[in-house]
Design a protein around this ligand. Structure first.
Ligand SMILES: Cc1cc2nc3c(=O)[nH]c(=O)nc-3n(C[C@H](O)[C@H](O)[C@H](O)COP(=O)(O)OP(=O)(O)OC[C@H]3O[C@@H](n4cnc5c(N)ncnc54)[C@H](O)[C@@H]3O)c2cc1C
Length: 411
Protein backbone atom coordinates (compact mmCIF):
# COMPACT_ATOMS: atom_id res chain seq x y z
CA UNK A 1 0.00 0.00 0.00
CA UNK A 2 1.46 3.33 -1.01
CA UNK A 3 -1.00 5.55 0.86
CA UNK A 4 1.05 7.57 3.32
CA UNK A 5 0.18 11.07 4.44
CA UNK A 6 3.43 11.81 6.25
CA UNK A 7 5.77 14.32 4.67
CA UNK A 8 9.31 13.41 3.72
CA UNK A 9 11.71 14.79 6.39
CA UNK A 10 13.08 17.43 4.00
CA UNK A 11 9.54 18.66 3.25
CA UNK A 12 8.60 18.70 6.92
CA UNK A 13 11.70 20.80 7.53
CA UNK A 14 10.60 23.27 4.80
CA UNK A 15 7.08 23.39 6.23
CA UNK A 16 8.41 24.31 9.66
CA UNK A 17 10.75 26.95 8.21
CA UNK A 18 7.87 28.57 6.30
CA UNK A 19 5.72 28.47 9.44
CA UNK A 20 8.45 30.13 11.50
CA UNK A 21 9.18 32.76 8.84
CA UNK A 22 5.49 33.66 8.60
CA UNK A 23 4.91 33.69 12.35
CA UNK A 24 8.13 35.30 13.55
CA UNK A 25 9.07 37.61 10.69
CA UNK A 26 6.25 38.39 8.22
CA UNK A 27 3.32 38.84 10.62
CA UNK A 28 5.16 41.07 13.14
CA UNK A 29 6.56 43.20 10.29
CA UNK A 30 3.32 43.63 8.32
CA UNK A 31 0.47 43.62 10.83
CA UNK A 32 1.31 46.93 12.54
CA UNK A 33 0.53 48.70 9.25
CA UNK A 34 -3.14 47.64 9.34
CA UNK A 35 -5.32 48.06 6.21
CA UNK A 36 -5.16 51.84 5.89
CA UNK A 37 -1.89 52.72 4.17
CA UNK A 38 -1.44 56.05 2.45
CA UNK A 39 1.36 58.49 1.70
CA UNK A 40 4.51 58.01 3.77
CA UNK A 41 3.03 54.97 5.54
CA UNK A 42 2.54 53.31 2.19
CA UNK A 43 6.15 54.03 1.18
CA UNK A 44 7.41 52.53 4.41
CA UNK A 45 5.08 49.54 3.98
CA UNK A 46 6.43 48.90 0.48
CA UNK A 47 10.00 49.13 1.76
CA UNK A 48 9.20 46.56 4.46
CA UNK A 49 7.43 44.06 2.24
CA UNK A 50 10.08 44.25 -0.49
CA UNK A 51 12.67 43.68 2.25
CA UNK A 52 10.72 40.61 3.35
CA UNK A 53 10.89 39.25 -0.19
CA UNK A 54 14.66 39.63 -0.06
CA UNK A 55 14.70 37.76 3.23
CA UNK A 56 12.56 34.94 1.77
CA UNK A 57 15.08 34.56 -1.04
CA UNK A 58 17.99 34.47 1.40
CA UNK A 59 16.24 31.72 3.36
CA UNK A 60 15.60 29.69 0.22
CA UNK A 61 11.84 30.11 0.63
CA UNK A 62 11.31 31.54 -2.82
CA UNK A 63 9.25 30.24 -5.76
CA UNK A 64 8.15 26.97 -4.11
CA UNK A 65 6.16 26.09 -7.25
CA UNK A 66 9.01 26.50 -9.75
CA UNK A 67 11.66 24.00 -10.83
CA UNK A 68 15.12 24.37 -9.28
CA UNK A 69 16.72 25.17 -12.65
CA UNK A 70 14.52 28.26 -12.74
CA UNK A 71 15.51 29.36 -9.25
CA UNK A 72 12.60 27.68 -7.50
CA UNK A 73 12.32 25.15 -4.69
CA UNK A 74 11.38 22.37 -7.10
CA UNK A 75 8.50 21.09 -4.98
CA UNK A 76 5.80 18.83 -6.34
CA UNK A 77 2.16 19.82 -5.83
CA UNK A 78 1.71 17.77 -2.66
CA UNK A 79 4.70 19.43 -1.01
CA UNK A 80 3.56 22.75 -2.42
CA UNK A 81 0.19 22.34 -0.69
CA UNK A 82 1.77 22.61 2.72
CA UNK A 83 4.03 25.54 1.74
CA UNK A 84 1.13 27.49 0.24
CA UNK A 85 -1.10 26.84 3.20
CA UNK A 86 1.60 27.76 5.74
CA UNK A 87 2.37 30.94 3.77
CA UNK A 88 -1.31 31.90 3.56
CA UNK A 89 -1.62 32.18 7.34
CA UNK A 90 -1.23 35.84 6.52
CA UNK A 91 -2.64 37.32 3.31
CA UNK A 92 0.67 38.64 2.05
CA UNK A 93 2.61 35.42 2.79
CA UNK A 94 2.33 33.87 -0.69
CA UNK A 95 3.36 37.16 -2.31
CA UNK A 96 6.45 37.37 -0.08
CA UNK A 97 7.43 33.85 -1.24
CA UNK A 98 6.62 34.90 -4.83
CA UNK A 99 3.94 32.26 -5.27
CA UNK A 100 0.81 34.44 -5.24
CA UNK A 101 -1.89 34.78 -7.88
CA UNK A 102 -1.83 35.93 -10.64
CA UNK A 103 1.98 35.82 -10.99
CA UNK A 104 2.15 32.18 -9.95
CA UNK A 105 -0.24 31.05 -12.71
CA UNK A 106 1.47 33.30 -15.24
CA UNK A 107 4.85 31.74 -14.37
CA UNK A 108 3.54 28.22 -15.05
CA UNK A 109 2.01 29.47 -18.29
CA UNK A 110 5.18 31.17 -19.53
CA UNK A 111 7.30 28.19 -18.54
CA UNK A 112 5.07 25.83 -20.51
CA UNK A 113 4.04 27.98 -23.48
CA UNK A 114 6.68 30.71 -23.83
CA UNK A 115 9.41 30.78 -26.48
CA UNK A 116 12.99 31.07 -25.23
CA UNK A 117 12.92 34.79 -25.99
CA UNK A 118 9.63 35.25 -24.14
CA UNK A 119 10.97 33.35 -21.16
CA UNK A 120 14.03 35.60 -21.04
CA UNK A 121 12.05 38.80 -21.34
CA UNK A 122 8.97 38.02 -19.21
CA UNK A 123 9.51 34.92 -17.09
CA UNK A 124 12.97 35.70 -15.71
CA UNK A 125 12.09 39.10 -14.18
CA UNK A 126 8.87 37.64 -12.81
CA UNK A 127 10.86 34.89 -11.10
CA UNK A 128 13.41 37.42 -9.86
CA UNK A 129 10.56 39.42 -8.32
CA UNK A 130 11.55 42.58 -10.17
CA UNK A 131 8.24 42.81 -12.06
CA UNK A 132 4.67 41.71 -11.48
CA UNK A 133 2.09 40.64 -14.04
CA UNK A 134 -1.61 40.33 -14.71
CA UNK A 135 -3.93 38.05 -16.67
CA UNK A 136 -6.63 39.79 -18.69
CA UNK A 137 -9.51 37.57 -19.75
CA UNK A 138 -12.80 38.62 -18.14
CA UNK A 139 -15.05 41.19 -19.85
CA UNK A 140 -18.05 43.05 -18.43
CA UNK A 141 -20.22 42.53 -21.53
CA UNK A 142 -20.08 38.71 -21.71
CA UNK A 143 -20.14 35.85 -19.19
CA UNK A 144 -16.62 35.35 -17.86
CA UNK A 145 -17.66 31.76 -17.15
CA UNK A 146 -17.62 31.10 -20.89
CA UNK A 147 -14.35 32.42 -22.36
CA UNK A 148 -15.38 31.34 -25.86
CA UNK A 149 -17.59 34.46 -25.84
CA UNK A 150 -14.68 36.91 -25.52
CA UNK A 151 -15.28 40.00 -27.63
CA UNK A 152 -11.94 41.78 -27.35
CA UNK A 153 -10.55 41.21 -30.82
CA UNK A 154 -7.22 41.39 -32.60
CA UNK A 155 -7.17 42.09 -36.34
CA UNK A 156 -4.10 41.60 -38.50
CA UNK A 157 -2.78 44.77 -40.12
CA UNK A 158 0.45 44.05 -42.04
CA UNK A 159 2.94 42.66 -39.53
CA UNK A 160 0.96 43.84 -36.58
CA UNK A 161 -2.17 42.98 -34.65
CA UNK A 162 -4.56 45.80 -33.81
CA UNK A 163 -6.50 45.05 -30.62
CA UNK A 164 -9.71 46.65 -29.36
CA UNK A 165 -11.85 45.60 -26.43
CA UNK A 166 -12.82 45.90 -22.79
CA UNK A 167 -11.69 43.92 -19.74
CA UNK A 168 -12.44 44.14 -16.06
CA UNK A 169 -11.48 42.63 -12.73
CA UNK A 170 -7.91 42.38 -13.93
CA UNK A 171 -6.03 41.76 -10.68
CA UNK A 172 -2.69 43.46 -10.23
CA UNK A 173 -3.03 45.47 -13.49
CA UNK A 174 -1.75 48.72 -12.00
CA UNK A 175 1.33 47.07 -10.57
CA UNK A 176 2.05 44.85 -13.57
CA UNK A 177 4.99 45.20 -15.95
CA UNK A 178 3.15 43.07 -18.48
CA UNK A 179 -0.19 41.38 -19.13
CA UNK A 180 -1.22 38.12 -20.69
CA UNK A 181 -4.20 39.31 -22.72
CA UNK A 182 -6.87 37.10 -24.29
CA UNK A 183 -8.32 38.31 -27.58
CA UNK A 184 -10.40 36.84 -30.39
CA UNK A 185 -8.29 36.41 -33.53
CA UNK A 186 -10.20 33.83 -35.56
CA UNK A 187 -13.30 35.13 -37.28
CA UNK A 188 -14.18 31.79 -38.87
CA UNK A 189 -14.58 30.02 -35.51
CA UNK A 190 -18.16 30.29 -34.26
CA UNK A 191 -18.93 31.97 -30.95
CA UNK A 192 -19.27 29.30 -28.29
CA UNK A 193 -16.59 27.03 -29.73
CA UNK A 194 -12.90 26.80 -28.84
CA UNK A 195 -10.00 27.87 -31.05
CA UNK A 196 -11.07 31.48 -31.61
CA UNK A 197 -8.86 33.22 -29.10
CA UNK A 198 -5.15 33.91 -28.83
CA UNK A 199 -3.01 35.00 -25.86
CA UNK A 200 -0.79 38.07 -26.30
CA UNK A 201 1.99 39.42 -24.13
CA UNK A 202 1.49 43.14 -23.57
CA UNK A 203 4.22 45.31 -22.07
CA UNK A 204 2.78 47.79 -19.59
CA UNK A 205 2.26 50.69 -19.62
CA UNK A 206 1.26 50.55 -23.27
CA UNK A 207 -0.36 52.92 -25.72
CA UNK A 208 -3.94 51.76 -26.28
CA UNK A 209 -4.19 50.08 -22.83
CA UNK A 210 -6.21 52.39 -20.57
CA UNK A 211 -6.59 51.44 -16.93
CA UNK A 212 -9.76 53.47 -16.33
CA UNK A 213 -10.45 52.53 -12.70
CA UNK A 214 -9.88 50.06 -9.93
CA UNK A 215 -13.27 48.46 -9.37
CA UNK A 216 -14.64 49.09 -5.89
CA UNK A 217 -15.53 45.68 -4.41
CA UNK A 218 -16.88 44.14 -1.21
CA UNK A 219 -13.34 44.18 0.11
CA UNK A 220 -12.50 47.70 -1.10
CA UNK A 221 -10.77 48.91 -4.25
CA UNK A 222 -7.73 46.75 -3.94
CA UNK A 223 -6.28 46.24 -7.37
CA UNK A 224 -8.85 44.81 -9.79
CA UNK A 225 -8.81 47.10 -12.81
CA UNK A 226 -11.16 47.90 -15.63
CA UNK A 227 -9.23 48.26 -18.87
CA UNK A 228 -10.32 49.86 -22.14
CA UNK A 229 -8.22 48.70 -25.07
CA UNK A 230 -8.16 50.95 -28.13
CA UNK A 231 -6.06 50.28 -31.23
CA UNK A 232 -3.33 48.59 -29.22
CA UNK A 233 -0.72 47.39 -31.75
CA UNK A 234 1.43 44.31 -31.22
CA UNK A 235 3.79 42.35 -33.48
CA UNK A 236 3.37 38.61 -34.11
CA UNK A 237 6.19 37.87 -31.66
CA UNK A 238 3.94 38.90 -28.77
CA UNK A 239 1.65 35.92 -29.32
CA UNK A 240 2.02 33.44 -26.47
CA UNK A 241 1.41 29.76 -27.15
CA UNK A 242 0.40 30.02 -30.80
CA UNK A 243 -2.50 31.53 -32.67
CA UNK A 244 -5.92 30.16 -31.74
CA UNK A 245 -4.58 28.48 -28.60
CA UNK A 246 -5.92 31.02 -26.10
CA UNK A 247 -8.59 28.73 -24.67
CA UNK A 248 -6.19 25.82 -24.19
CA UNK A 249 -3.62 28.10 -22.60
CA UNK A 250 -6.25 29.53 -20.24
CA UNK A 251 -7.37 26.07 -19.17
CA UNK A 252 -3.78 24.90 -18.71
CA UNK A 253 -3.12 27.95 -16.52
CA UNK A 254 -6.23 27.53 -14.42
CA UNK A 255 -5.85 23.86 -13.38
CA UNK A 256 -2.93 24.09 -10.93
CA UNK A 257 -3.75 27.75 -10.17
CA UNK A 258 -7.20 26.71 -8.88
CA UNK A 259 -5.65 24.12 -6.62
CA UNK A 260 -3.13 26.67 -5.34
CA UNK A 261 -6.10 28.87 -4.36
CA UNK A 262 -7.53 25.89 -2.43
CA UNK A 263 -4.23 25.42 -0.59
CA UNK A 264 -4.39 29.04 0.55
CA UNK A 265 -8.12 28.89 1.39
CA UNK A 266 -7.56 25.86 3.62
CA UNK A 267 -5.23 27.97 5.69
CA UNK A 268 -7.81 30.73 6.04
CA UNK A 269 -10.50 28.19 6.97
CA UNK A 270 -8.22 26.70 9.62
CA UNK A 271 -7.57 30.15 11.08
CA UNK A 272 -11.34 30.70 11.27
CA UNK A 273 -11.86 27.33 12.99
CA UNK A 274 -9.04 28.05 15.47
CA UNK A 275 -10.68 31.39 16.26
CA UNK A 276 -14.11 29.75 16.61
CA UNK A 277 -12.82 27.23 19.16
CA UNK A 278 -10.76 29.84 21.00
CA UNK A 279 -13.79 32.08 21.36
CA UNK A 280 -16.00 29.16 22.41
CA UNK A 281 -13.52 28.31 25.17
CA UNK A 282 -13.53 31.88 26.51
CA UNK A 283 -17.14 33.04 26.22
CA UNK A 284 -19.53 32.18 29.04
CA UNK A 285 -23.31 32.19 28.72
CA UNK A 286 -26.30 30.54 30.45
CA UNK A 287 -24.23 28.69 33.02
CA UNK A 288 -21.40 27.34 30.87
CA UNK A 289 -18.81 28.11 28.20
CA UNK A 290 -19.98 28.25 24.58
CA UNK A 291 -17.68 25.26 23.98
CA UNK A 292 -19.99 23.22 26.24
CA UNK A 293 -23.13 24.02 24.26
CA UNK A 294 -24.25 21.37 21.84
CA UNK A 295 -25.39 24.00 19.33
CA UNK A 296 -21.89 25.47 19.21
CA UNK A 297 -20.26 22.02 19.18
CA UNK A 298 -22.20 21.23 16.01
CA UNK A 299 -20.77 24.32 14.35
CA UNK A 300 -17.29 23.25 15.41
CA UNK A 301 -17.80 19.62 14.37
CA UNK A 302 -19.24 20.49 10.95
CA UNK A 303 -16.32 22.83 10.34
CA UNK A 304 -13.72 20.27 11.44
CA UNK A 305 -15.25 17.59 9.18
CA UNK A 306 -15.36 19.92 6.21
CA UNK A 307 -11.81 21.09 6.72
CA UNK A 308 -10.65 17.48 6.89
CA UNK A 309 -12.42 16.75 3.61
CA UNK A 310 -10.83 19.87 2.07
CA UNK A 311 -7.36 18.72 3.05
CA UNK A 312 -7.86 15.21 1.70
CA UNK A 313 -9.30 16.50 -1.57
CA UNK A 314 -6.46 18.95 -2.10
CA UNK A 315 -3.78 16.38 -1.27
CA UNK A 316 -5.34 13.81 -3.57
CA UNK A 317 -5.77 16.24 -6.48
CA UNK A 318 -2.17 17.42 -5.94
CA UNK A 319 -0.90 13.84 -5.97
CA UNK A 320 -2.68 13.26 -9.28
CA UNK A 321 -0.96 16.30 -10.81
CA UNK A 322 2.39 15.07 -9.47
CA UNK A 323 1.82 11.64 -11.03
CA UNK A 324 0.91 13.15 -14.40
CA UNK A 325 -2.62 11.74 -14.20
CA UNK A 326 -5.78 13.47 -15.41
CA UNK A 327 -6.64 15.74 -12.49
CA UNK A 328 -9.46 17.84 -13.91
CA UNK A 329 -12.35 16.27 -12.00
CA UNK A 330 -10.48 16.19 -8.69
CA UNK A 331 -9.38 19.82 -9.05
CA UNK A 332 -12.94 20.86 -9.96
CA UNK A 333 -14.33 19.03 -6.94
CA UNK A 334 -11.67 20.51 -4.64
CA UNK A 335 -12.18 24.04 -6.00
CA UNK A 336 -15.95 23.80 -5.48
CA UNK A 337 -15.81 22.14 -2.07
CA UNK A 338 -12.98 24.18 -0.53
CA UNK A 339 -14.47 27.50 -1.69
CA UNK A 340 -17.84 26.57 -0.17
CA UNK A 341 -16.28 25.26 3.04
CA UNK A 342 -14.23 28.40 3.47
CA UNK A 343 -17.40 30.49 3.25
CA UNK A 344 -19.31 28.24 5.65
CA UNK A 345 -16.50 27.98 8.21
CA UNK A 346 -15.77 31.71 8.29
CA UNK A 347 -19.52 32.35 8.58
CA UNK A 348 -19.78 29.96 11.55
CA UNK A 349 -16.76 31.59 13.20
CA UNK A 350 -18.50 34.96 12.88
CA UNK A 351 -21.64 33.43 14.40
CA UNK A 352 -19.74 32.17 17.44
CA UNK A 353 -18.06 35.57 17.88
CA UNK A 354 -21.41 37.41 17.75
CA UNK A 355 -21.06 41.18 17.41
CA UNK A 356 -17.29 40.91 17.75
CA UNK A 357 -17.24 38.72 14.63
CA UNK A 358 -19.20 41.30 12.70
CA UNK A 359 -16.83 44.07 13.80
CA UNK A 360 -13.53 44.76 12.16
CA UNK A 361 -11.74 44.19 15.49
CA UNK A 362 -10.97 40.63 14.33
CA UNK A 363 -9.85 39.57 10.82
CA UNK A 364 -13.06 37.54 10.34
CA UNK A 365 -15.04 40.31 8.60
CA UNK A 366 -12.28 40.84 6.07
CA UNK A 367 -11.86 37.07 5.62
CA UNK A 368 -15.59 36.77 4.94
CA UNK A 369 -15.46 39.48 2.27
CA UNK A 370 -12.50 37.85 0.57
CA UNK A 371 -13.98 34.36 0.86
CA UNK A 372 -17.07 35.30 -1.13
CA UNK A 373 -15.34 35.60 -4.48
CA UNK A 374 -13.91 32.09 -4.11
CA UNK A 375 -17.28 30.63 -5.11
CA UNK A 376 -17.43 32.17 -8.57
CA UNK A 377 -13.93 33.33 -9.65
CA UNK A 378 -11.67 30.82 -11.43
CA UNK A 379 -14.76 28.80 -12.30
CA UNK A 380 -18.12 29.42 -10.64
CA UNK A 381 -19.56 26.66 -8.44
CA UNK A 382 -22.15 25.81 -11.07
CA UNK A 383 -19.57 25.48 -13.86
CA UNK A 384 -17.59 22.99 -11.79
CA UNK A 385 -20.79 21.10 -10.98
CA UNK A 386 -21.61 21.01 -14.69
CA UNK A 387 -18.17 19.59 -15.57
CA UNK A 388 -18.20 17.11 -12.66
CA UNK A 389 -21.62 15.85 -13.75
CA UNK A 390 -20.50 15.56 -17.39
CA UNK A 391 -17.47 13.47 -16.41
CA UNK A 392 -19.48 11.34 -14.00
CA UNK A 393 -22.04 10.55 -16.70
CA UNK A 394 -19.26 9.92 -19.24
CA UNK A 395 -17.50 7.54 -16.83
CA UNK A 396 -20.72 5.58 -16.36
CA UNK A 397 -21.34 5.46 -20.10
CA UNK A 398 -17.81 4.23 -20.77
CA UNK A 399 -17.45 1.68 -17.99
CA UNK A 400 -20.87 1.06 -16.46
CA UNK A 401 -19.54 2.59 -13.22
CA UNK A 402 -19.08 6.10 -11.84
CA UNK A 403 -16.02 5.00 -9.84
CA UNK A 404 -13.50 6.73 -12.12
CA UNK A 405 -15.30 10.03 -11.55
CA UNK A 406 -15.06 9.87 -7.76
CA UNK A 407 -11.32 10.07 -7.50
CA UNK A 408 -10.60 6.70 -9.09
CA UNK A 409 -9.82 5.44 -5.58
CA UNK A 410 -9.64 1.72 -4.75
CA UNK A 411 -12.82 1.79 -2.68
C1 LIG B 1 -11.48 39.22 -6.75
C2 LIG B 1 -11.55 38.84 -8.20
C3 LIG B 1 -10.38 38.78 -8.95
C4 LIG B 1 -10.45 38.45 -10.30
N1 LIG B 1 -9.29 38.46 -11.05
C5 LIG B 1 -9.36 38.26 -12.38
C6 LIG B 1 -8.19 38.39 -13.20
O1 LIG B 1 -7.09 38.68 -12.71
N2 LIG B 1 -8.31 38.22 -14.53
C7 LIG B 1 -9.49 37.92 -15.12
O2 LIG B 1 -9.53 37.77 -16.33
N3 LIG B 1 -10.63 37.79 -14.37
C8 LIG B 1 -10.59 37.97 -13.03
N4 LIG B 1 -11.73 37.87 -12.27
C9 LIG B 1 -13.01 37.58 -12.91
C10 LIG B 1 -13.48 36.15 -12.66
O3 LIG B 1 -12.64 35.25 -13.30
C11 LIG B 1 -14.95 36.09 -13.14
O4 LIG B 1 -15.71 36.78 -12.19
C12 LIG B 1 -15.45 34.67 -13.30
O5 LIG B 1 -14.83 34.03 -14.38
C13 LIG B 1 -16.98 34.65 -13.54
O6 LIG B 1 -17.30 35.46 -14.63
P1 LIG B 1 -18.43 36.60 -14.48
O7 LIG B 1 -18.10 37.44 -13.30
O8 LIG B 1 -18.55 37.28 -15.79
O9 LIG B 1 -19.75 35.85 -14.13
P2 LIG B 1 -20.77 35.13 -15.16
O10 LIG B 1 -20.02 34.29 -16.13
O11 LIG B 1 -21.69 36.17 -15.68
O12 LIG B 1 -21.54 34.16 -14.17
C14 LIG B 1 -22.37 34.67 -13.13
C15 LIG B 1 -23.04 33.50 -12.45
O13 LIG B 1 -23.89 32.84 -13.38
C16 LIG B 1 -23.91 31.46 -13.12
N5 LIG B 1 -23.50 30.76 -14.35
C17 LIG B 1 -22.71 31.21 -15.37
N6 LIG B 1 -22.60 30.28 -16.33
C18 LIG B 1 -23.33 29.21 -15.92
C19 LIG B 1 -23.60 27.92 -16.46
N7 LIG B 1 -23.08 27.52 -17.63
N8 LIG B 1 -24.39 27.08 -15.75
C20 LIG B 1 -24.92 27.45 -14.55
N9 LIG B 1 -24.69 28.64 -13.99
C21 LIG B 1 -23.91 29.52 -14.66
C22 LIG B 1 -22.97 31.21 -11.94
O14 LIG B 1 -23.72 31.21 -10.75
C23 LIG B 1 -22.08 32.42 -11.97
O15 LIG B 1 -21.52 32.74 -10.68
C24 LIG B 1 -11.69 38.17 -10.90
C25 LIG B 1 -12.87 38.23 -10.13
C26 LIG B 1 -12.80 38.56 -8.80
C27 LIG B 1 -14.07 38.67 -8.02
Amino acid sequence: MAIDFTLAPEHEEIRLRVREFVRDTIIPAVEPFGEDRHGAVRDEYLRVIIGLRGKARELGLWLPHMPEEWGGMGLGHVALAMVQSEAAKTRLGPWILNCAAPDEGNMHTLLHWGTDEQKDKYLRPLLAGTVMSCFAMTEPEVAGSDPTLIRTHAVKDGDEWVINGHKWFISNARRAGFAILMARTETDVAEGTRGATTAFLVDLPQRGWDDVREVETMHGSTGHSEIVITDLRLPDGQILGGRGNGHRLGQYRLGPARLAHCMRWISQAETALDMMVDRALKRYSHGSLLADKQGVQWLIADSAMELYQCKLMVLHAASKIDKGEDFRTEVSMAKHFVAGSLNRIVDRAIQVHGALGYSTDTPLASMFQHARWARFADGADEIHQMRIAERTIAAYRATGSTSAATGGLPL
